[in-house]
Design a protein around this ligand. Sequence first.
Ligand code: GUN
Ligand code: ZN
Length: 444
Amino acid sequence: MPYYLPSSTSGDHAIRGHVVTVTGDPFLATDVLVEHVDGLIIVEGGVITAVGPYDQTKHLLAPDAHVDHHPDGLITAGFIDTHVHYVQTGIIAAFGAQLIDWLNTYTFVAEQKFEDKAYADAVAKVFFDQLLANGTTTALTFAAVYPQSVDAFFEEATRRNMRMAGGKVMMDRNAPEHLLDTAQSSYDDSKALIEKWHGRGRNHYAVTPRFAPTSTPEQLAAASTLLAEHPTTLMHTHVSENLGEIAWVRSLFPEADGYLDVYDRAGLLRPGAVLAHGVHLTAHERLRVHETGSAVSHCPTSNLFLGSGLFHVHQAKNHAHPVKVGLGTDIGAGTSFSLLSTMNEAYKVAQLTQYPLDSIKMLYLATLGGAEALGLADRIGSIEVGKEADLVVLDKKATPLLEFRSGQVGSLEEQLFVLAVMGDDRVVASTYIAGDVAYSRDGH
Ligand code: GUN
Ligand code: ZN
């Protein structure tokens, strides 16, 4: 059955192809995969007004409506990257270090360049081009400590009309002098940026204390004040990524009952709080993440690259106290902008924890799961009436080997699995933002 808004609009244009979307959490429910083998998505004003089998939906089209037809295309909701650093685009694949050394050797050097607005503008362009070429339509992003690096980010997001979230890094200790702010200046700068960008167009501000080791208790309190004053902003930080980091946090915050408790005591845990990694969270900490409505961004390529550890997705998604989980590329510790490649690595990490992560769950993590983590599931994350038409068209025949392999599949689940394991940016044929083509691999 096609679904349409009660007003039954005719739409200004439409996208036709093999429509596949996940409309619920497959870790907790069954029957959440919706498929229309020859499907039609009608869009008006950037929003989906009808979706269903082509034959049953085409009568809703205005006679002059333009239809983009992708006969070999598998159309899903645009991918959502729940943790990425645009300012680390230039240090992907930096050799040989684990988290703290990697930060000191590569990251803190690279981020200082973002004091220069022109440089930040140039990198933001590269970053957004990569997002779109990889089918990513929304990302929650770290900028650098400098407010102008946030301006560069939101200016580019606004130009591309993408639903994006990000913020200025807050860090007032344990980093090079040049990268440090203070509790007061980070509050003032973040507040000004919230007033400038949050809710403007499709932009969302995220209050962004880097991680517990680089913030004093005073700065974490300032972050909490910002969230209380601007309750619709997001909170974005790292937690329990690396064992050495966890020991360091314990020594810096001896009064806290572990790493997560540092954020809990500061009042930072709540819906819209996204905690990157969470590899080593204890059962009690996972319960607190659940209770507070916070989310974890699972970053498998990064966790493997830095040797951080294996995130147990099935523990996070336990039925009694499920945590919201999305996928993160964590560029530059992550090794690919592709959420397909990230699914592939998530599968392998799950294998090493004795859990077979199926393709529906992977697609969920990369789309609706991400939207739920960011508190944006009413607008993005699935192909449903009333949601914004941020879409990706995947080419099942993108390479000779994929064409051959796709010819052997016996089910949609198998096709999705093949695309996740074998696919990357080569598979992304088109990316739509609010119903408009924002990227086309073949240039038309
Ligand atoms: N922890 C604190 N900062 C960072 C960062 O930039 N990358 C990663 N992966 N972990 C962090
Ligand atoms: Zn990170």
